[in-house]
Write a protein that binds this ligand. Structure first.
Ligand code: UDP
Ligand code: MN
Length: 390
């Protein structure tokens, strides 16, 4: 397939679709929960705007002093064009000296293009390995499988619908080369699910969470801004990460017991990693000079064996019961229906935490996210108030 240099979506522009494409657009949304039709019109190697703070361009890196990375991309039922644009953006925008390999993990996809057609296409790309899981495992165990074969000292995880921006890899690797116990995340720009335009995002937010165990973007507090001295290129310490896109030293990840393999399909593994990274002697940062675009979407197009709410809540219960000490009761306060829900055996994860001699959750709240509102557990009653219809 060839694409014009000024073709659809070049320079990160939106892809216009005409009314006659309405049926194709609708079908694309049904399959992918984004405008797959628009994505299919865009080159795998399109240009996107450099969204870094301008001063990032002045930084230079000595590649020979940086560790190499294995990029790991797990996918299930991903669209052809978004998957390959993700892979090409890694190959085109990562210095070859720093890229050990790309490991793709197919989490038991059924869509036709992800079988022989994909095998065939990948034979012409360097450094790419594809593993196929014989049954659906979910994102977390798919990643654990990739880690088993990854060779790079640094593991970089990406979603299967991303576009890495210019210079994205170097500042991540540089931070890890200075400090092996820091987990780093790029600033995640948005790729529109409606028209595939590339939308740079303000770096003025960082990861937090609420007591319903939901990840939340929160404004960077003033104490953190003063720590970075107003330098727009300085790493921003973050209490949690969104989880899809980050880099970690393989040895640090191993020392943290990787992920809880009891987590299913999707969700909460980002909080598990965030809590234990901080509580067990490491830290997390967002790196403004590293930018990666991600297609945000409001629903997930793939099946969720066990039911999406049930699986996600079970994952939350596992993580909360291992890491949050008495504060788990705040989660139960928000979700009283989960009080007696089973979440499987967590003894090996509790043992891991004990063995690592981690700080407690109170320490994490006080030192890592002091701005988080902590409701009192001494409540006399809780519930909701409604106006009656008189
Ligand atoms: N994924 C997977 N197996 C699953 C669920 C998700 O491999 O059972 C992959 C998915 O294809 C994507 C990544 O995990 O590359 C993150 O999922 P998604 O993009 O749906 O999460 P979101 O970005 O919406 O949080
Ligand atoms: Mn995603």
């Amino acid at each position: 397939m060839t694409f014009a240099a000024n073709g659809p979506g070049e320079h990160g522009r939106s892809v216009p679709t005409s009314p006659k494409d309405e049926a194709a657009v609708k079908e694309g949304f049904r399959l992918a929960s984004f405008n797959q039709h628009a994505s299919d019109l865009v080159s795998f190697e399109r240009t996107i705007p450099d969204s870094r703070p301008p001063r990032c361009r002045d930084k230079s890196f000595d590649y020979s002093s940086l560790p190499k990375m294995s990029v790991i991309i797990c996918f299930t039922e991903e669209s052809w064009s978004t998957l390959l644009r993700s892979v090409h953006s890694v190959l085109n925008r990562t210095p070859p000296e720093l890229l050990e390999e790309i490991i793709l993990v197919d989490d038991f996809s059924q869509r036709g293009h992800l079988h022989a057609k994909l095998d065939n296409y990948l034979t012409r790309l360097p450094k790419v390995t594809l593993i196929r899981l014989p049954s659906r495992q979910g994102l977390i165990r798919a990643r654990l499988r990739a880690i088993e074969i990854a060779r790079g000292p640094v593991l970089t995880f990406l979603d299967s619908h991303v576009e890495c921006n210019v210079g994205w890899a170097e500042p991540l690797l540089q931070r890890i080369s200075h400090n092996r116990r820091v987990i780093v995340a790029p600033v995640i720009d948005a790729i529109s699910s409606r028209d595939f335009s590339y939308i740079p995002i303000s770096a003025n937010q960082r990861g937090g969470f609420n007591w319903a165990m939901l990840f939340k973007w929160m404004p960077v507090p003033n104490y953190e801004k003063s720590r970075t001295g107003g330098d727009p290129t300085a790493p921003v310490r973050t209490p949690t990460i969104a989880g899809g896109l980050f880099a970690i030293h393989q040895r640090f990840f191993r020392s943290l017991g990787f992920y809880d393999p009891g987590l299913d399909i999707w969700g909460s593994e980002n909080l598990e990693l965030s809590f234990k990274a901080w509580m067990c002697g490491g830290s997390m940062e967002m790196i403004p000079c590293s930018r990666v675009g991600h297609v945000y979407r409001s629903t997930q197009p793939y099946s969720f064996p066990g039911g999406n709410v049930k699986v996600f809540m079970r994952n939350n219960l596992r993580v909360a019961n291992v890491w949050m000490d008495g504060y788990v009761n705040l989660f139960y306060l928000m979700k009283p229906e989960l009080r007696n829900e089973p979440f499987g055996d967590i003894s090996s994860r509790v043992e891991l935490r004990r063995r690592l001699k981690c700080h407690d959750f109170k320490w994490y709240l006080e030192n890592v996210i002091p701005e988080l509102n902590i409701p009192s557990l001494q409540l006399v009653a809780s519930g909701e108030v409604r106006q009656s219809n008189l």
